[in-house]
Design a protein around this ligand. Structure first.
Ligand SMILES: O=C(O)CCC(=O)C(=O)O
Ligand SMILES: [Fe+2]
Length: 205
């Protein structure tokens, strides 16, 4: 018997179980989507980084989006984080994933911005387990997300649409954002596992 509160995620869970990734076109309530988009537009966005050590010059060859971390200080952020906490609980109940934390940032891709093909986590070297991307606006041209398998075969090309959620295993799926033409607004997030549970020292982030 499923707990009633988990039912909205059943289809998501079933698809994830089969493929390790899932695209859910109508994930967020539209009112929350709009509130998040307005909240994003109030933020001071900064040139995104790749890891913590690299210089901005190198970053700009890899990614051009601008980001701001969610800190839960506005109502829409709290509402979003509450939904993601529910999702975290469902994943832990169904798959014993040991997810203990969720971090996420707003991102804006302006015309010409891109993110070259990358993995969000490397086996054994990161505590990022699941990647989530919520798209906050309808993108008509450019800015597609392309998802690849471990053999570099293209699995899917996703045109961002408002309220949509993409979720995938961070270690398994290389992906890229094609150069934006229309402005493109999103929340990229990561469910994390505490690596110290596996007998490794977790340096934290
Ligand atoms: O916005 C997207 O579609 C993906 C973003 C991404 O890959 C990332 O921020 O790591
Ligand atoms: Fe990524």
């Amino acid at each position: 018997m499923q707990h009633k509160a988990n039912e909205p995620f059943n289809e998501l869970i079933a698809q994830f179980y089969l493929h390790g990734w899932v695209w859910v076109p109508n994930f967020l309530p539209i009112a929350l989507n709009q509130a998040l988009l307005a909240d994003l537009k109030r933020q001071t966005l900064q040139q995104a980084g790749v890891g913590r050590q690299q210089a901005h010059l190198l970053n700009a060859q890899i990614r051009r989006d601008k980001t701001a971390w969610l800190d839960g200080t506005s109502q829409p952020q709290q509402d979003y984080l509450a939904i993601m906490t529910q999702l975290q609980q469902v994943f832990n109940q169904r798959f014993f994933m040991g997810l203990f934390d969720f971090e996420c940032h707003y991102a804006r891709y302006a015309e010409g911005d891109f993110y070259q093909k990358h993995l969000d986590a490397f086996k054994g070297r990161s505590n990022r387990v699941l990647t989530t991307v919520s798209y906050l606006n309808n993108v008509e041209q450019g800015g597609e997300l392309q998802l690849f398998d471990a053999e570099d075969r293209l699995l899917s090309t996703i045109t961002p649409t408002a309220t949509g959620l993409l979720l995938f295993e961070s270690e398994r799926f290389p992906h890229q954002v094609l150069p934006a033409i229309d402005e493109r607004y999103s929340i990229a997030g990561w469910f994390r596992r505490n690596n110290s549970l596996n007998g490794m020292v977790d340096p934290g982030t």
